[in-house]
Design a protein around this ligand. Structure first.
Ligand code: ASP
Length: 359
């Protein structure tokens, strides 16, 4: 067929259907999604003294309108509106800020005029915020988080492309119903699984089971989908939560002592995640002290400090007899958030264990 006839008929189909039609040059005929970009700070909002400062810079100083202005390409794929909720490094996130962010995302997504959310965030605790949103935001609309490892002032800054890719994913139909997503370094990860694995490298975000997909030339390509419950299937209800119960983490190592655990109990912890060695092992001399803590009503949860893998109930320790819990494969920092939410629903050990195995 004559190429101009092909082009005219494609234009006709696209304008009739008004669907996302990925034919170059026809962008003006595609209905653009309305995306709200919520900025929270982090390195993506950072600035260094010179372009050679890759790892020495001040985080959380560049405002959302400047971050957006650096990537005008986002407006070719979506209508993007910026909103500055915080201007902090992600190590400064607290439970209260998490709740504030989750409530704002939920409120925005209730509006028919909002099709998706993109959130810029420091990379240090991005996995925690994204997991929390994955468990609490009651919407199928895309929520996509991103950050950067290098400030915008650095040579080969990674923020601009991460932002462009995140907007592309948030505007894609394929991202609907997949829970909170994290887009970094051209990869799309599930918030449930993703973790920061390296302090400085650009390819730091990894998921033990691999990414869900890739972003190629501004197009989201999914190859798998999460199956653990999230967002609309989750039982956790932000409307019923005023504050999160105190859940803390203590690290396992050779010659560890009970001091940190006792201090956490004294400070009001309702549960302690033991980030144990290997499969969540506990030194024999710590079993007694941890049972004393359990006797005070504080939950003891075995996790692993290895970064991935399952902690098996009753493997090297008698969890049933001790009335302790184990995580499934959640890392300690994600287990902390899941348990804090779970404790707003139940304080029954069996029910809490089911929640760990379900989510
Ligand atoms: N400290 C920064 C933060 O998490 C690091 C980053 O954004 O990469 O806010």
């Amino acid at each position: 067929m004559n190429p101009s006839v092909v082009s005219i008929s494609r234009r006709l189909v696209c304008s009739l259907l008004l669907t996302a039609c990925a034919i170059p040059g026809l962008a003006q005929e595609v209905k653009k999604q309305n995306i709200v970009l919520i900025a929270t700070g982090g390195t993506i909002a950072g600035a260094g003294a010179s372009s050679a400062n890759i790892g020495v810079y001040q985080a959380a100083v560049v405002a959302v309108d400047k971050i957006m202005a650096a990537v005008p390409e986002i407006h070719t794929i979506a209508n993007v509106k910026g909103e500055q909720i915080f201007q902090i490094g992600s190590h400064n996130f607290t439970n209260d800020r998490l709740l504030q962010l989750a409530r704002r995302v939920t409120e925005l997504l209730k509006s028919e005029g909002v099709d998706g959310i993109v959130i810029t965030h420091g990379t240090d605790t991005l996995e925690e915020t994204s997991y929390f949103l994955n468990l609490t935001v009651k919407s199928n609309k895309p929520v996509v988080m991103l950050g950067s490892m290098r400030p915008g002032t650095a040579l080969s800054a990674d923020g601009p492309l991460n932002l462009y890719n995140a907007v592309a994913v948030a505007a894609s139909k394929e991202a609907v119903g997949k829970g909170t997503l994290v887009v970094m370094n051209d990869e799309i990860h599930s918030a449930r699984d993703v973790t920061k694995t390296n302090a400085t490298r650009v390819d730091t975000f990894k998921s033990p089971y691999g990414p869900l997909g890739l972003v190629v030339e501004g197009q989201a390509r999914f190859y798998r989908a999460p199956i653990r419950p999230h967002t609309v299937q989750s039982e956790f209800d932000l409307d019923k939560i005023q504050a999160l119960p105190q859940v803390d983490i203590a690290y396992g190592y050779q010659n560890m002592s009970r001091a940190a655990y006792d201090a956490l109990v004294a400070s009001g912890a309702k549960a302690i995640i033991h980030a144990g060695v290997g499969g969540g092992s506990v030194p024999e001399y710590m079993v007694g002290p941890l049972n004393e803590i359990r006797g005070k009503g504080v939950f003891v949860v075995r996790a692993t400090r290895t970064g991935s893998g399952v902690v098996i109930r009753n493997n090297s320790v008698k969890d049933d007899a001790n009335d302790w819990l184990v995580v499934d494969d959640q890392n300690p920092q994600k287990a902390r958030l899941l348990l804090a939410l779970a404790l707003t629903k139940t304080t029954d050990t069996k029910e809490l264990q089911k929640i760990f195995l379900k989510y």
